[in-house]
Design a protein around this ligand. Sequence first.
Ligand code: LLP
Length: 429
Amino acid sequence: MVKRKLREPLEDRKGTLYFDGISTTELAKTYDTPLYVLSEKRIRDNYNRLYSAIVNNYKYVRIYYAAKANTNLNVLRILHSQGAYLDTVSPGEVFLALSAGFTPDRILFTGTSVRNDELKMLSNANITINVDSQSEMDRLLKISVPQILSVRVNPEVGAGHHSHCITAGPESKFGLWEEEVIQAYAIAQRARVERFGIHMHIGSGILEVEPYVLAVEKLLSIAKRVHEEVGINFEFIDIGGGFGVPYKPEDKDLDLAEFSSKVVSMFKNKVKEYGLGKPYLFVEPGRYLVCDASILLTAVNSVKVTPGRKFVGVDAGFNTLVRPTMYGSYHPILVANKLTAADKETYDVAGPVCESGDLLAKERKLPEIAEGDLLAVLNAGAYGFSMSSQYNSRPRAAEVMIRGGKAVIVREREQLKDLVTNQKIQGES
Ligand code: LLP
């Protein structure tokens, strides 16, 4: 009998995996698989932990949840009730934010390659924009001069769990470089923009504090130059998101106390030293708030042994969770109905998509698996459902949330009819 180290809200009750107090095998029976299961409590705990760590060192802090990680309306509403603000990247995310009850003054837009009609929509809705290029700023100023404007800076330091997720530094398409930044604020000021913020986001899945130290130092030195050379004050300084969560067994938690003592304290001191007043410190976590607040349940269809490998065929593939295929990401997997069985076999966990890259895990040590077993893919709350697709014409999964000790459906499973939505049959065949 194996005793596994499980983190909240996971629990072993007599060999069955419970999530936030509810049996995963019961959930799979009631709602079918593949199924995303979310924990309201864990989202709130994650928010509170991060907020307290920062606010202890600097009072003027706001958390802008990066909606792209998980846009379920219930997730947005829970974070709204916690006092969160929202970082959005598309008109669709703005629409969802408004639908969840966020007023425009609580929404920030940090797009890239933004269209004119999108800028028009944002400016009509009075949403604060972080511009990603001089082109975007020029086009925005032609549409209308916003009251408040922010520029996304490339602080020349990037970090992240995969090259696709490093969003600053020499290779990055994001943000403006130092000299351009100074000019951009001067142009905005001449156009009579009156209020300003400044922004960076260096990447995603960062477990060390050091990249933040370097990037925030650079951002603040640029803010100081803008303040001195252009003569403007910043209402907010946004240091982006990227706070990592451990996925692999050897990963360590991001040390929030260290983050706060090194990054937040340095922020506080430098802002004072540079005479930047008392700007709000914005952070934009996506993953940190929702990642471990959700698991993906998937049932085993088949077990197949070839001369080279052992495959477990499950009903969730990269149509349901693309991260392993797209970034080679590791997600912990548990056999939810055999928690206490020892890891005796080495499997590739494959989905139902007709591509060889459709693997949720490669060479994973797991208990002996049989058809009908239930697997739980952990850390599925961030960039799980939000990146899922209908590829291979499979309707998207359902989502349930554990609220107040009960499971409630928060997104219905898509149906076959959803596959023909928006299609039009034209002409004779
Ligand atoms: N702010 C901005 C401007 C961003 O672009 C992002 C994420 C965030 C905040 C939040 O980053 P987080 O705190 O979640 O790391 N699909 C990838 C992650 C891409 C993140 C893109 N930008 C993944 O599954 O790992």
